[in-house]
Design a protein around this ligand. Sequence first.
Ligand code: ZN
Ligand code: ZN
Length: 233
Amino acid sequence: MRMAAAGSMPPFLAAVVITHLHSDHICDLNDIMTTHWVMTQGNATLKIYGPMGTAEFVKRQLHALELDVGYRIAHHEPLTEGPKVDVIELEPGDSFTISEVQVTTAATMHAPVHPTIGFRFEHGGSSAALVGDTLPCAGVDELVASADVYVQTVIRQDIVEQIPNVMLQDILDYHSGVVEAAETAARVGAKRLVMTHMVPAPTPEQYPEWIALAAAHYDGEIIIGDDLTTITI
Ligand SMILES: [Zn+2]
Ligand SMILES: [Zn+2]
């Protein structure tokens, strides 16, 4: 749905990259696989890069879709078999290319979630780092160093700390806060910091407060990475 709103569609995907196997980061993959399969009339293979465990997750998601896959094959003549996927499980430090984009990876820190992987994409002298849910660590520093764009999932520790809910308190020890993300961006010279996956989710009126908190620790451009945000570098 977000791809459609962004003016794109699953058939245009060169690949899917996954940082870790937490449900909020992977459960929509079934829609991507199904839509890619149907829209390409079963002809294209979807490449999926992710940490160890991704292949088993994809296999089980496809298993859950078994009845749906059967219905569609029965109804659409061009479809003769289920979705074609090519899952590539990565070790931190692996590098590869997607079309003309050079991709490097490093381990991030989101224990007990393990393994977790961050990505750096480079093309034509431009670079973007997407590191997922992680504490600041050496892997993040390596991927983000001098990047044109550093996309970081963030939480507001100062707000979460005041919410008397043990499940929420637990998120404090394995995510970067806004301040930590800003400190990472400053330490390794990222040109732009994009904050995304913001918890607790702010209203647009609260965005300036989030930006001000980061700006106290970082001089570069700070962007709220709402869904459908586009950044040209
Ligand atoms: Zn996570
Ligand atoms: Zn998450």
